[in-house]
Write a protein that binds this ligand. Sequence first.
Ligand SMILES: *Cc1c(COP(=O)(O)O)cnc(C)c1O
Length: 369
Amino acid sequence: MRTLTIKPKAITHNLNQVKKMAPQAKVLAMVKSNAYGHGVAAVLPALQQADGIGVATFIEALEARQLGWKKTIGLVEGAFTADEWQQAIEQDISCVIHHEPQLEWALDNIPPANSATRVVWLKYNTGMNRLGFNAESVMTAAKRLHEAGYQLILATHFANADNRTHPLNSKQIQRFTNVLKALRETISANIKGSLCNSAGIVNFSEHHHEWVRPGIILYGSSPVIDKSAHELDLQPAMNFSAQIIALQTVSANDAIGYGSRWVAQQDTKTALVSVGYGDGYPRVVNGDAYVSVIDSTNNRSYLCTVIGRVAMDMIVIDVSAVPEDVALLDSQVMLWGDAPHIDEVAVHADTISYELLCRVTMRPKRIQA
Ligand SMILES: *Cc1c(COP(=O)(O)O)cnc(C)c1O
């Protein structure tokens, strides 16, 4: 059986790591895209010590409210229509305002004084060049919102925070700091700031401001290029496993799988594992990709390379080096989790852990550790 084991304790541990790194800041824990594939319902109880959660769509915000999340919900792309702005007020959701139409909706329809929607995340484009006002228009927008009774959090997003030495980082930090200072001097000393995603939290500890917005780090993956999840003392929050459903010995010169891409150099013991891209294991993994066969009796595991094409429902692995009493029918195989770490699988699939996590399908059975 394909199984996704979600580990709420790991998420709480990772949240505590964030709190240790950013002791002064409030935490908006990002749970967009079904909590990076982990399942919002499974994750919310582990985030009770966060100050709020962040989502990308109104439907996600609504789901979190329906699951009983009472604290802040930040909608990071804001309302998409005037009607959605009205619904955000009804659900007490705090929105990003990143362009003129959203600004007008907010000015035309002001929530009650005690509403969480009175807090807005005003997005300033410091160099990512996706969402946000420029330096000049952000000042005007801030003034109008402040005068209408809104409380402001100036927000921006790093484009390269994973790479500490990228030259755009200091530019973004400087632009953000300058505008925040100007807003505090000319509009209100009470305006808050929010700059850091996971990578920013790790790499730019001087710039955490009042709110940090961790995402991937909560799920146990390293957000930066020069430190592993292990070095950051993060715990993977998802174990993805399947089992061996057939064993074979392939003769030298025989090929395996679609396209006959992998040809045995010598007689090779193989195991067929019942998982594939139909479950979310990436089809594009290169020849270095591996999984681990679990020996639960002795609490050990054996790394095995994935050979031949990943198919929709199965992969083949090389079990030549695994003891015969371990590589058995039904033996558990870990695709990612404790080992291999998802960050390693992502490298072999030429992508990032975020994408692998979001792409797990509905087929694996979901359980909680
Ligand atoms: C997704 C997101 C984050 C979290 O990013 P990570 O790299 O996963 O930490 C932070 N801020 C915003 C606005 C986001 O959309």
